[in-house]
Design a protein around this ligand. Structure first.
Ligand code: GLN
Length: 190
């Protein structure tokens, strides 16, 4: 049962995630110190700048605590947050946490001007397409055996899960469609 969700508030879109959770009536806190993880059953790592978040994770001594947290709890990473969850090799100030078994290629659609929105079919919801915002989004590859694809865009996997953790290449926290956050809460509660 999700009692409390933590949103990692070091850099990036954490306020938007908080607003989504508030809209869903889910108890949440902005996490700024490792000890605050103790009270959470799910951690959201937001989009932003993966190299900056990576640096701040180490500067604020979050690396070990998040890796330990992820062994027994769920983590949900969006865009930069997804890159941090990946098992991509360390390079150029970016040191992923290796929480999920896949690789991510940063800025795979191009630069800021190549950001776009696209209609996704969600595997878990047949009602309507999800209008997803891709902002300097990554692409994923080398998906491990345990990884399930929950949404694709033009044949690219854009939402994945290994059963415990979740990740999107897009920004489900922007806009008013709460379905992705709601689905993840339901999965953790199930
Ligand atoms: N391209 C960014 C990075 O690599 C991620 C962009 C985002 O989170 N919107 O960190």
């Amino acid at each position: 049962m999700v009692r409390k969700v933590g949103v990692l508030a070091l850099q990036g879109n954490y306020i938007q995630h908080k607003r989504m959770l508030d809209n869903l009536g889910i108890n949440n806190i902005l996490v700024q110190y490792p000890r605050e993880l103790e009270k959470c059953d799910l951690l959201i790592i937001p989009g932003g700048e993966s190299t900056t978040i990576s640096k701040l994770i180490d500067r604020n001594k979050f690396r070990k605590p998040i890796m330990n947290f992820a062994q027994i709890n769920s983590v949900f990473g969006t865009c930069a947050g997804m890159i941090l969850l990946s098992s991509t090799k360390e390079a150029n100030n970016l040191k992923p946490l290796g929480v999920m078994d896949f690789k991510a290629k940063r800025n795979a659609y191009g630069r800021q001007v190549n950001s776009f929105s696209g209609n996704l079919h969600l595997e878990f919801d047949n009602s309507n397409n999800f209008k997803a915002l891709f902002i300097r989004a990554p692409k994923v590859s080398n998906l491990g055996k345990g990884i399930k694809i929950l949404a694709t865009y033009k044949k690219e996997p854009v939402m994945i899960s290994d059963g415990r953790h979740f990740a999107t290449t897009f920004h489900p926290e922007i806009g008013n469609d709460v379905r992705i956050h709601k689905y993840i809460m339901e999965q953790i509660n199930a």
